[in-house]
Design a protein around this ligand. Structure first.
Ligand code: PSU
Ligand code: MN
Length: 321
C-alpha cells in the first residue's frame, strides 16, 4: 500500500457542497516512518491495555519495556492510539506517557474512531481498532495480551467483543495468550471458527487461558517456531485467505495457581453483577479485580504475557521480512 499517500492525504469533510480540508487524521512517529521507508519489520501494539488494562504506574513501565523487547529483536514497535483527534501509529515518549497517565483517554473500538477524530478527542485503541488501523497502514503483525471474545451470558446480553468480527476482516497475525477465563472460552472458540479466523498454538496443543496455560480446550493446530508461522502467513496470501486474521496463541510460562484463579474469577463476576457493570466497562473492571484480589500476582503474569508475546511477534515480523 502507498503509505506516503495515506500520510499526505488530508481527509475531506463535505458540508453543504463545500469541501473543507481538515488536518491529517493520521500521524506516524519518526521511528515508524523511517521503518516503513526502509521496509523494516514492524509490530503493532494496542493501547487499551496501557490505559485501561494495567494499573499506574506499571502500565507505562510495561509499555516502554515492550517496545524495547521488540527493538532488541530487530523489529520496530508501533503503539497505536488517538491523541487530540489524530490517529498515532507509533508514539513518541511523551505521547506514550500521555496514554498511560492522562485521565481523558477513553476506550475506542472501530466504531468510535471517526467520532473521536472528528471531535478532536483522545482514546486508547482496543484489539479491534488497533488491528484495523495497523492493517490500513500495511502492518501485518500485532502483539497483545488477551483477545476480547464472547462474554458469559452472551446468549442474553449479546456481549461479544468487536475484536472477533474485526479480526475476521483484516490481514493480521495476532499474538496473544488466548482469551481470559472471564469470557465464555468455548463460545469464543466456536465464533473464531465461524468467522474463519485461523488459530494455532505456539509450542502447545492446548488453547491457553491467559493467566492459565490451558483453558481446558484443545487446539487442532500447533507450531513450534516463528519461521513456521511465517510460512502459514505466506500460504494464506497464496490461496486468498489472508483477509481474515491468524491468531497465534502463546501460553504464559508460569501460570497462576488454579484454585486462586477460580476464586478471583468467581468473586470478580459476582462483584460485576452486583455493581451493574456492563458494556465496555466489563473487561477493565474484571482485570482490575484480578489485580487487586491477587495482590499483584495477576499483574506480574499479565506483564510476562505481554512481554513474551512482543518477543514472539518481533521474531515473526523478522521471519516475514
Ligand atoms: N485483554 C487483556 N487486557 C486488555 C484487553 C483484553 O488481557 O486490556 C482489552 C483489549 O484492548 C481488548 C479489549 O481489545 O479489552 C476488549 O474489550 P471488549 O470486551 O469491551 O471488546
Ligand atoms: Mn463488550
Amino acid at each position: 500500500m502507498a503509505l506516503s499517500a495515506i500520510n499526505a492525504r488530508p481527509y475531506l469533510l463535505i458540508t453543504s457542497a463545500k469541501v473543507v480540508h481538515m488536518k491529517s487524521a493520521i500521524k506516524y512517529s519518526a521511528e515508524v516512518s523511517a521503518a516503513i521507508a526502509a521496509s523494516m519489520p514492524i509490530v503493532a501494539l494496542e493501547s487499551t491495555i496501557i490505559s485501561h488494562g494495567l494499573p499506574r504506574p506499571s502500565n507505562l513501565a510495561v509499555a516502554i519495556e515492550c517496545e524495547r523487547i521488540i527493538r532488541d529483536r530487530g523489529s520496530i514497535p508501533a503503539t497505536i492510539a488517538l491523541l487530540d483527534g489524530v490517529i498515532h501509529i507509533g508514539l513518541e515518549a511523551h505521547e506514550l506517557e500521555a496514554i498511560a497517565n492522562r485521565d481523558d483517554i477513553s476506550k475506542a473500538s472501530i466504531r468510535d474512531l471517526a467520532i473521536i477524530v472528528a471531535q478532536g478527542k483522545s482514546a486508547a485503541t482496543t484489539v479491534a481498532a488497533t488491528a484495523h488501523i495497523a492493517a490500513m497502514s500495511g502492518i501485518r503483525v500485532f502483539a497483545t495480551g488477551g483477545l476480547g471474545g464472547v462474554h458469559r451470558g452472551a446468549n442474553e446480553s449479546f456481549d461479544e467483543s468487536a475484536d472477533l468480527t474485526a479480526l475476521s476482516q483484516v490481514d493480521m497475525t495476532v499474538i496473544c495468550a488466548g482469551v481470559k477465563s472471564i469470557l465464555d472460552v468455548h463460545a469464543t472458540l466456536e465464533r473464531l471458527e465461524t468467522l474463519a479466523i485461523g488459530l494455532v498454538g505456539y509450542k502447545t496443543n492446548r488453547f491457553p487461558g491467559f493467566y492459565l496455560t490451558d483453558s481446558g480446550y484443545a487446539l487442532e493446530h500447533r507450531v513450534d517456531s516463528a519461521d513456521e508461522i511465517a510460512e502459514i502467513v505466506q500460504a494464506r496470501t497464496a490461496i486468498g485467505t489472508q483477509f481474515r486474521s491468524l491468531i497465534v496463541a502463546n501460553p504464559v510460562e508460569k501460570e497462576m495457581d488454579k484454585v486462586r484463579h477460580d476464586e478471583f474469577l468467581a468473586t470478580g463476576l459476582a462483584n460485576a453483577a452486583l455493581n451493574g457493570i456492563d458494556g465496555k466497562a466489563v473487561t477493565p473492571f474484571l482485570l482490575e479485580h484480578f489485580h487487586t484480589a491477587s495482590e499483584g500476582e495477576s499483574l506480574d503474569i499479565n506483564t510476562e504475557i505481554i512481554k513474551s508475546n512482543c518477543a514472539l511477534a518481533a521474531d515473526i515480523a523478522v521471519a516475514l521480512q
